[in-house]
Design a binder for this molecule. Structure first.
Ligand code: ADP
Length: 399
């Protein structure tokens, strides 16, 4: 029996097919640029004879429904999964679970309705997640489906940390509060780190830094998340590829008055034209790193602003936790950008975290320890694997 994991973004569908017995990956694929004139499909899989294969094709994929049809066609054509009724279950990443969903949940019509009601809080993501669930319901109504929420891990954050200093009625009536995202990744890497350190998860104080195109930090106190940098939406907090992260909210009023920019333009400015891209015109950390090393001033500035914000969050979460046992880097940048790790940890020696530059100068598919021998706290690089975590959580629910 097999478990399918689907992770739908606003214009992408990532999927992985696992064997239920040992969670081996049979196929992993990505369909990008859904809705554009040309979609890009990549698939890595084991064929009917068990041989490893790669496929890349360009094809128009008008919407998420078409993307799922294409995934099923590829499964059949490449003899990965001839009959979708063979699936034991399907796990979906669902971005926003609001306050209703604290844990992975078996999907029923009522659950689907409750997810739909949260659409205004994640207008780009939740509708794509819902389409995925609906198409699977139509195709294989008897296969159980599980929703794994990006927000769920952060539901343990206490009231004083999740509430904004706004009129309380806005929380009561419109649910304006911090929710946090990337929860599956923060949960996965922090538990993996505890396992690696042979420590009980419930005994550790951990700070996780998920640094990808989107980036967020979390403070985990004895197995429970107590604060995170993203807020009502994934815009707050760290500097990201194209998102500003924290700023003075009055900047928006100032810009609106001075430039006449409207709500949608400001939304685009902060979500798509800011962050690393806003500062140096580039949001790919590989290129920024190269340009900075070659002396490009804007790239160096972008790198410094990015790392300084991370350092401030690490400092504040050390205060929140009263010190930490372990600091974790993950995500495309956290796992690979050696210079980012060294920049944002410089000067934290007196707070218990000292990097070993030689150990840091590495990349690996396995967990790496990169602190010096004198460091009180552990500094780990832990490759994230949200799909595997979703597969495990799905299996946990469907038995
Ligand atoms: P997403 O949030 O879209 O899942 P990823 O976690 O894949 O993003 O991270 C993408 C980021 O990781 C990009 O900024 C990319 O440049 C960066 N990255 C990937 N590999 C490297 C590398 N070798 N060195 C520096 N940055 C890297």
């Amino acid at each position: 029996m097999k478990i399918l994991v689907m992770n739908s973004g606003s214009s992408s569908l990532k999927f992985q097919l696992f064997t239920m017995a040992n969670m081996a990956v049979l196929a992993s694929g990505l369909i990008e640029s859904i809705g554009d004139s040309q979609g890009i499909v990549t698939l890595h899989y084991f064929d009917g004879d068990g041989k490893e294969q790669d496929l890349e094709l360009k094809k128009e994929v008008p919407d998420h429904r078409a993307a799922i049809e294409l995934m099923v066609e590829l499964f059949q054509e490449k003899e990965i999964l001839n009959d979708v009724t063979q699936l034991a279950g399907v796990g979906h990443r669902v971005v926003h679970g609001g306050e209703e969903f604290h844990e992975p949940t078996l999907i029923t019509n009522d659950v689907l309705e409750a997810i739909r009601e949260l659409n205004p809080l994640a207008p780009l993501h939740n509708p794509a997640n819902i389409t995925g669930i609906e198409v699977v319901m139509e195709k294989v109504p008897d296969v159980p489906q599980v929703a794994v929420f990006d927000t769920a891990f952060h539901q343990s954050i206490p009231e004083h940390a999740y509430l904004y200093a706004l009129p309380y009625t806005l929380y009561e009536e419109l649910k304006v509060r911090r929710y946090g995202f990337h929860g599956t990744s923060h949960a996965y890497v922090s538990k993996a780190a505890a396992g690696y350190l042979h420590r009980s998860y419930d005994d550790l104080k951990i700070i996780t830094l998920h640094l990808g195109n989107g980036a967020s930090a979390a403070a985990i106190d004895h197995g429970k998340c107590v604060d995170t940098s993203m807020g009502l939406t994934p815009l707050e907090g760290l500097v990201m590829g194209t998102r500003s992260g924290d700023l003075d909210p009055a900047i928006l009023f100032y810009l609106a008055r001075e430039t006449g920019m409207g709500m949608d333009e400001l939304d685009t400015l902060l979500n798509k034209e800011s962050g690393l891209k806003g500062i140096c015109g580039n949001n790919d950390m590989r290129s920024i790193d190269k340009l900075a090393k070659a002396g490009d001033k804007q790239a160096l500035l972008a790198l410094h602003i990015f790392c300084y914000r991370i350092k401030k969050y690490v400092g504040s979460y050390l205060a929140v936790l009263g010190g930490a046992d372990c600091l974790i880097f993950t995500g495309g940048i956290g796992e690979n950008a050696i210079s980012v790790r060294s920049h944002c940890l410089a000067g934290l020696e007196n707070l218990g975290f000292t990097l070993d530059p030689l150990k840091n100068d590495n990349r690996s598919d396995a967990i790496m320890e990169i602190q010096s021998d004198t460091s009180l706290g552990k500094i780990l690089v832990v490759p994230t694997n949200e799909e595997l975590e979703i597969a495990h959580q799905t299996l946990g629910l469907i038995g």
